[in-house]
Design a binder for this molecule. Structure first.
Ligand SMILES: Cc1cc2nc3c(=O)[nH]c(=O)nc-3n(C[C@H](O)[C@H](O)[C@H](O)COP(=O)(O)OP(=O)(O)OC[C@H]3O[C@@H](n4cnc5c(N)ncnc54)[C@H](O)[C@@H]3O)c2cc1C
Length: 385
């Protein structure tokens, strides 16, 4: 990389989500203004994924979970609120709605997008809980939902945070119990994964037992193909129809269109990387977080791991050292079990011949650990707890 007194290397980071925020924070900590880092995001604020469940079930307001980028202040990093409209990975030139950014190192961290159009009847901001708008809208619906069949339905895999639909079903049960209407409501969870948390049979067993105890119907290895609100039904991919008075959906995920247009995606639609280093086939171009096809799940804790790996290697290179950091593909996920208990699963995708997961039973103590997971990132990135 360039000598600081000649020209400082320009690092352009696209996307200020879990991955982009962690990358820029790590670079600022280690190198400060020895780099010129530009962080670009179209949004005004960051929101943790799990906050959407908190909003939907009325634990938090949508305003309270917003972390405005105006509070993100790191030495050597400039945040620009712009929309990326084109990426040239060969020249490392990025076009936004406000102009052109040239990079010596380009890091693409634009996350996973939602493809609602592939599921007729699914509408972003209406009957899904993967956007803040959708979670807010469903919170209002849940306030009056007192009778009938609620379907928590996943419309395609892979999707972010594999345990989230299970958490949603368990939290929905508690919500309906609290409102005194659970006996008049049925809950079904439809999920294309073969088990709730495939790398961890213990976690899956515990979740399936929790569904059974609460009378939640669970349909694995199935996805919702169509939502028909007029008929009050959902159609599954095997042709079966379920009655549905309230749909809480997880949209099919895809790479952002601008990334696909840049020719960066593979036949599965995700960005081709060398998983240990997150390098793309283009010199000086990395992809981190949910859009990178590493083989590990799409989750914040994994996005953060990819960011830390790339940061460590950029720091090493700027100090003329070998970039030896390798992405471990391991991390811990907290799982809301209802009844104000949180469980934890430590998953490891790369160490052994197949992914493994170690389960910790739901406890009150893990509620505090999960809180700390969020508040420590919030403090690290935005300087507040
Ligand atoms: C309901 C739910 C619960 C979850 N629970 C957990 C959990 O408990 N633990 C966990 O680890 N993970 C959880 N996740 C997953 C987690 O939120 C994501 O995996 C994580 O945010 C991915 O990080 P990322 O940086 O790759 O993408 P993101 O955080 O999605 O960031 C991508 C950024 O790119 C920006 N962007 C996209 N396109 C453009 C463009 N064209 N121009 C400019 N900016 C653009 C977006 O505005 C966004 O800020 C959950 C997710 C959901 C939805």
């Amino acid at each position: 990389m360039h000598d600081r007194n000649v020209t400082r290397p320009r690092v352009v980071v696209l996307g200020a989500g879990f991955a982009g925020l962690e990358l820029c924070t790590s670079l600022a900590e280690e190198l400060g203004d020895r780099l010129v880092v530009t962080l670009i995001d179209q949004a005004e604020a960051f929101v943790f994924g799990f906050s959407k469940l908190d909003v939907m079930f009325g634990r938090e307001t949508a305003a309270a979970v917003r972390l405005p980028y105006s509070d993100f202040s790191k030495r050597g990093v400039t945040f620009k609120r712009e929309t990326v409209v084109a990426i040239d990975p060969v020249t490392r030139r990025v076009t936004t709605n406000a102009g052109i950014h040239e990079a010596d190192v380009l890091v693409i961290a634009l996350g996973a997008d939602y493809d609602a159009s592939s599921t007729p009847g699914l509408a972003l901001g209406e009957n899904e809980f993967y956007t803040v708008a959708g979670a807010s809208r469903l919170r209002d619906e849940l306030a009056t939902f007192s009778r009938g069949h609620a379907v928590v339905g996943v419309c395609g895999a892979p999707y972010k945070c594999p345990p989230a639909p299970s958490e949603c079903a368990l939290m929905l049960h508690d919500h309906l119990v609290k409102r005194g209407v659970r006996n008049d409501c049925r809950i079904t969870l439809v999920n294309p994964l073969p088990s709730p948390v495939p790398p961890s049979p213990d976690t899956s067993r515990a979740l399936i037992a929790a569904f059974a105890e609460r009378g939640i119907d669970y349909l694995p290895s199935r996805r919702v193909a169509t939502v028909n609100s007029e008929r009050k039904a959902v159609l599954l991919d095997d042709g079966r129809e379920l009655p549905c008075d309230l749909f809480l959906g997880v949209p099919r995920h895809c790479s952002p269109r601008v990334v696909v247009a840049a020719g960066l995606t593979d036949d599965k639609g995700w960005v081709t990387v060398d998983p240990p280093t997150l390098r793309t086939p283009h010199a000086g171009v990395y992809a981190i977080g949910d859009l990178a096809n590493t083989g590990a799940p799409k989750a914040g804790v994994f996005a953060e791991g990819t960011a830390r790996t790339v940061a460590a290697n950029l720091v090493a290179m700027s100090r003329d050292r070998e970039p030896t950091a390798r992405y471990p593909g391991a991390g811990s996920c907290y799982i809301e079990f209802g009844g104000n208990r949180v469980a934890r699963v430590d998953v490891d995708f790369f160490s052994g011949p197949k992914p493994t997961g170690t389960f910790q039973e739901p406890t009150l103590a893990l509620v505090a650990d999960k809180k700390n997971f969020g508040s420590s990132r919030r403090a690290r990135w935005f300087g507040s707890s």
